[in-house]
Design a protein around this ligand. Structure first.
Ligand SMILES: NC(=O)c1ccc[n+]([C@@H]2O[C@H](COP(=O)([O-])OP(=O)(O)OC[C@H]3O[C@@H](n4cnc5c(N)ncnc54)[C@H](O)[C@@H]3O)[C@@H](O)[C@H]2O)c1
Length: 332
């Protein structure tokens, strides 16, 4: 039985606590959240014990820590956890700046730590099927990739303040998807963005909520990413891969597959409302993968380096937006 502890009992913390409860050989032993009611909700529903971070890190029974706290807390918590000898699953991003991310990865390496990043779309059955089809080469070479990610509504301002902004908080998933599907380096990026959803109110003028990015790769493939923090249709998550021998598409997932046809027309059901339901299976799959990696001493499929490289693209997108020009991505 792999015993785990959860840091942060908010939206995604609750999703991961549920995922752990569905895995036969995993047990959530502790939860820590400074908001006692948040921790207690998980204590009550999953039989975990509320504890401090020091108590969690000091218990040799705990093999792994899941970090689901605000993004500006991840780096410090990763470092403390690997120094204490715990395997770490961390939500994206590792940090909102590249230097802190590199410093954190250095600490992970020095302690021979295990770090997996929470890019759950790699564990989604629909996107995995598209990836497998690209990899079997029957479609010929990929020429254009289109990734559309739109949230139903913006998150609360308190969340936004520590998120690092749209590119590092939201589009970072799409940067990882692009890297994963392309399997080659992105060499340039051009970004445009605006606060179109509700002027300057939801982000208090600190962030954009609507962005389009165009990237090119080392073999001149073209990648477009579209993000919005508003979609009246629901949680809009699509990918289209245009290849030499045809096109692959994954469409947004509906609440059910039911189609109602009558004299008024033909109606399909609404899209899944948000990430908690749309990616429910993917979250369970990624935590199962993490638990298996711990049990079998394997390296998890999504590494700290994947987190760093997605952040580098997010940072370059921000620079492109500020300077109004394409940015070349250098690799050392
Ligand atoms: N992979 C995904 O699809 C996905 C989805 C949502 C959020 N996230 C990421 O997960 C993280 C959390 O997001 P959220 O939406 O759950 O936020 P949230 O605000 O709902 O929850 C964060 C929780 O962490 C607690 N917290 C704050 N400081 C803490 C500390 N030092 N130690 C322990 N707990 C602490 C807060 O009290 C809160 O309950 C963010 O980094 C975000 O980028 C990822």
């Amino acid at each position: 039985m792999v015993k785990l502890a959860l840091l942060g009992a908010g939206r995604i913390g609750q999703v991961h606590a549920r995922a752990i409860s569905m895995i036969a050989d995993a047990q959530l032993k502790y939860v820590f959240d400074p908001i006692v009611e948040a921790a207690n909700a998980i204590v009550d529903s999953h039989g975990a014990i509320a504890a401090s971070m020091d108590e969690i890190l000091g218990d040799p029974d705990v093999q792994a820590v899941l970090i689901c706290t605000p993004s500006d807390q991840h780096a410090d918590q990763i470092q403390r956890s690997v120094i204490a000898g715990k395997a770490v699953f961390c939500e994206k991003p590792i940090s909102t700046d590249v230097d802190t991310t590199c410093e954190t990865l250095k600490v992970v390496d020095e302690n021979q730590g295990c770090l997996m990043l929470g890019f759950q779309r790699r564990f989604d059955s629909h996107f995995s099927a598209l990836k497998a089809k690209l990899d079997d080469k029957t479609m010929g070479s990929l020429e254009q990739l289109l990734i559309i990610s739109r949230d139903p509504a913006p998150p609360p301002y308190d969340y936004m303040k520590s998120s690092g902004g749209l590119f590092k908080d939201m589009m970072i998933h799409d940067f990882d998807m692009a890297r994963w599907l392309l399997d080659e380096k992105v060499t340039s990026i051009y970004a445009v963005g605006e606060a179109l959803v509700d002027g300057k109110t939801s982000s208090h003028g600190q962030d954009i909520d609507t962005a389009s990015v165009l990237m090119t790769t080392e073999t001149n493939k073209q990648v477009t990413i579209l993000n919005s923090r508003r979609a009246s249709v629901g949680y809009d998550q699509r990918v289209e891969a245009h290849c030499a021998n045809g096109t692959l598409q994954v469409n947004s997932v509906r609440e059910t597959n039911l189609v109602i046809s009558n004299a008024l027309g033909i109606a399909e059901r609404p899209l899944e409302n948000f990430f908690m339901t749309r990616y429910q299976d993917a979250y369970r799959n990624e935590i199962e993968h993490f638990v298996t990696a711990i049990k079998k001493s394997l390296t998890p499929m999504v590494s700290g380096k994947d987190g760093l490289e997605a952040l580098v693209l997010a940072e370059a997108a921000g620079k492109s937006l500020r300077e109004g020009r394409p940015i070349t991505i250098g690799y050392s």
